[in-house]
Ligand binder design. Sequence first.
Ligand code: XMP
Length: 310
Amino acid sequence: MNPKDFVAQQTEEIRNTVGNNTALVALSGGVDSSAVAALAHKAIGDQLLALFIDDGLMREGEGEMVAAAFAELGISVEVIDRAADFFATLAGITDPEEKRQAFRDTFYNTLGTAVRDSGASFLLQGTIAADVIETQRGVKTQHNILEQIGLDPGTYGLQILEPLRELFKPEVRQVAAELGLPEAISQRMPFPGPGLATRVVGEVTPQRVATVRAATVIVEEELSDLQPFQGFAVLLNDRATGLDEAGGRAFGQIIAVRSVESEDAMTASVTELHWDRLRRLQERICTEVSGVTKVLYDLTPKPPSTIEYI
Ligand code: XMP
């Protein structure tokens, strides 16, 4: 794939398909949806509405980062806060695929409403090749493969465009760079659609998400010079006895740190971290994230594990 040719071909195709209509793209802060948004803006300019649905499951400062990066490119992003809706549908759910289903239902209801309100006829999605393959294999239902999960886009009154569906992540990064997106986005680690809901084992509550979000900031900071394929924190659904600040017994939270190297997310090896770095991760997470009494480092490659915990 030549990024220049790809951009030229796809902008032409998007322009021809959308015609005089309008299209909507939901940004997540990840490289896939960002590349699609930049591509579509290049193709159809102000006929594109870029939306950021704040689902309450994003990393720290994600919405602000995205809006600022796109403002630099002259693309305005509308942010809508729907965190309460997402937490309401996720309440009480602990099964991984039920979580994805709940997320997906709320996501598409929110998006469907936004599309109807905007009058857009097309929805652009950042589906990439790995999403398609994993969903076909039945490993996971990725929320963005509509037809394969039996969702009829017509129900939502729109047509779907997936210009990146043939590309793997490294190629998407090249396309993003070609489109002028900053490295903070083009080199950003993959982050799943259901966000921090995939990094909380057990029930997803605002408080549990806040815990994993705070630990994620630390993991990203401490691993930033290594630039792993993905490095993140996970809140486990178990507890461990430790000591609280006053030296008393605390039956606290357990954070697992995971860092993996991969080309395309289909297989992954574990990042070999030095002891000093592991110790720093443990010290910072236990000190800075309230209620955490234990930090673990995950040694399992993919396969047999998947990259995410749910
Ligand atoms: P797994 O965990 O299947 O992850 O090894 C492979 C890649 O996919 C991401 N991932 C998801 N992306 N919705 C998404 O959009 C999901 O439900 C989902 N689950 C996993 C994961 O972060 C990794 O990059």
